[in-house]
Design a protein around this ligand. Structure first.
Ligand SMILES: Nc1ncnc2c1ncn2[C@@H]1O[C@H](COP(=O)(O)OP(=O)(O)O)[C@@H](O)[C@H]1O
Ligand SMILES: [Mg+2]
Length: 248
């Protein structure tokens, strides 16, 4: 087997002991590629007879991105064998493991067989309902990767805080395999678009441009703040109640 070069995303997966691994990052930080390397060279090398699902929201997106990278990596390392490739089902047998590429718009596949490992590529495109369906049918680990372009998301609220989840954040600076021209293109954003730079450069959560209020976070109330009223949002079943005090 040829020797592979990896970035820190691969190391996160190797080291993490948690069920869920969240890989948030800026554009081209090496998330997808190194998760695939880990699946091929670590997980599939150590296991056999497992089912691995690699999913994204739509099938055209799966085919043109993560599935293409997967087969490119196999071919580059002389591991690809056409006999193990079921093209009509987008499945591949690797060391006795079934690797299936699916999209969330094929519910029969997602709800079909149980799986041992799931990789949710660009997971921010999925709904919380999509996530729940996958969780119910995955025995082992679930890996998510995404650019945090949303300011609010179920991944932030319902996945990252879980005690069985590890969170990692990477940027293009963590990817030593990028061309200088791409790096320059990403760094241009610093000057041209503050929001894009935040999300795609730094891998930080986006701030919503359409937001009516601008936020500043204070540790203490400013002394001139004048109390207006309290507001109470009653929780229902699992959702907590929330009380806010409003000042001007
Ligand atoms: N370990 C690696 N070996 C070779 N090339 C890599 C490696 N990691 C990343 N790359 C290159 O960097 C590009 C961007 O990485 P990718 O994983 O697609 O970024 P992200 O998913 O974070 O946007 C890949 O298409 C690939 O060309
Ligand atoms: Mg990617």
């Amino acid at each position: 087997m040829t020797k592979i070069r990896v970035n820190k995303v691969y190391t996160h997966l190797k080291r993490s002991k948690k069920k869920i691994v969240v890989e948030q990052g800026g554009t081209r930080s090496g998330k997808t590629y190194n998760i695939l390397l880990w699946i091929i060279f670590h997980y599939c090398a150590k296991h056999t007879g497992q089912t691995i699902t690699i999913a994204r929201k739509t099938f055209p997106a799966v085919r043109s991105s993560v599935m293409r990278d997967f087969f490119d990596i196999l071919k580059q390392h002389q591991l690809y064998n056409e006999d193990y490739h079921n093209k009509s089902n987008s499945e591949y047998i690797l060391n006795g493991n079934l690797v299936e590429f699916v999209s969330l718009d094929q519910p029969q596949k997602i709800r079909g067989r149980k799986r041992d490992l799931a990789f949710l590529n660009e997971a921010n495109e999925l709904t919380f309902e999509d996530w729940q369906q996958i969780v119910f049918r995955t025995n082992g680990r679930i890996i998510l990767d995404y650019n945090p372009s949303d300011s609010f998301h179920w991944i932030y609220d319902r996945v990252i805080p879980r005690e069985d989840a590890d969170f990692y954040q990477t940027t293009y600076q963590d990817n030593p395999f990028l061309d200088a021209t791409i790096v320059a293109e990403i760094e241009r954003l610093k000057q041209t678009d503050e929001h894009y730079w935040r999300v795609y450069g730094l891998g930080e959560r986006g701030t919503n441009r359409a937001q009516v209020f601008q936020f500043t976070t204070y540790q203490q109330l400013p002394p001139q703040a004048k109390f207006l009223s309290y507001g109470l949002d009653f929780g229902f079943t699992n959702d907590p109640s929330a009380l806010v005090a409003c000042y001007q």
